[in-house]
Design a binder for this molecule. Structure first.
Ligand code: AMP
Length: 262
């Protein structure tokens, strides 16, 4: 009997860069078909200006996807994903919804789950490729997949960075030249945490990272250290539990996030 063909899926909001393409490359290497979706999902934006200013570069995106050997681009209309009058599913995300991104972007992860749930139902992939850059989102999507019993294997891919260390992001397109040069301080703060973490209390180290960013012109939502598996916030380092440092900070009105495994 012929072997069943495998489908890999990479959901995105477009304005594609080398980070997205690394997920496409992983998928094409491991599957017979690769589907990419581009959909700027309004339900995951808790800030109307952020949605309005989200970059759109569709011609360039199509070109990049063709060159990367993506088999199919799914480019749904708003009404296709959100038909009028549909009942809204609520996902049980427990504490993931109230900490870090959940705390500062109320409703964001419900919106992410809503769209990824629908996309998985439409594409029915064997493999789903997500970026570690959105660390908490990976945990949230895993939880939703479990709750909704989607039969898909999740693959978390490393963060692709610019040469100076800035994590690639569609929102980087919105940085001015001055903001772009300041933006490298995010990875500098994360590396500072990684290099200086010691057993015992972590408050001072987290505070130093926050002050360092503020001195460099950022308005900081959080500079935190969490359990790498559960994302439970950590005030003490005990034993050799795997931990992750996470930052979310604004340069003027552009919000950037990044993280580093410790
Ligand atoms: P987005 O278009 O920002 O919603 O991202 C779509 C997917 O690409 C998500 O799984 C992201 O985590 C992933 N992604 C975004 N930026 C990067 C990056 N710099 N490196 C690797 N994956 C990324």
């Amino acid at each position: 009997m012929a072997e069943r063909k495998k489908t890999g899926f990479v959901p995105t909001m477009g304005a594609l860069h080398a980070g997205h393409i690394s997920l496409i490359n992983k998928s094409t290497a491991e599957n017979d078909f690769t589907v990419c979706s581009i959909f700027i999902n309004p339900t995951q934006f808790n800030n109307a200006v952020d949605l309005q200013k989200y970059p759109v570069t569709i011609e360039k995106d199509i070109d990049l996807l063709e060159k990367a050997g993506c088999s199919l681009l799914f480019l749904p209309e708003l009404t296709e994903m959100y038909p009028a009058g549909e009942q809204v599913t609520r996902y049980n995300l427990e504490s993931l919804e109230t900490i870090l991104e959940g705390k500062y972007r109320p409703g964001h992860f419900q919106g992410v789950c809503r769209i990824v749930d629908k996309l998985l139902a439409a594409v029915t992939p064997d493999n789903l490729y997500l970026g570690r850059k959105d660390y908490q989102q990976c945990l949230v999507i895993n939880k939703m997949i479990e709750e909704r019993e989607h039969k898909v294997a999740v693959h978390i891919c490393d963060t692709v960075r610019e040469d100076d260390g800035l994590a690639m992001s569609s929102r980087n397109l919105r940085l001015t030249a001055t903001e772009r040069s300041k933006s490298v301080k995010i990875i500098a703060a994360l590396r500072m945490i990684k290099e200086n973490i010691q057993p015992g209390n972590l408050s001072e180290l987290k505070n130093e990272a926050r002050i360092f960013l503020e001195k460099n012109g950022f308005s900081v939502d959080y500079a935190e250290i969490a359990d790498a598996e559960t994302l439970e916030l950590q005030d003490e380092r005990m034993g050799n539990k795997k931990m992750v440092a996470l930052v979310a900070a604004y340069l003027n009105d552009v919000r950037l996030i990044d993280n580093l495994i410790l």
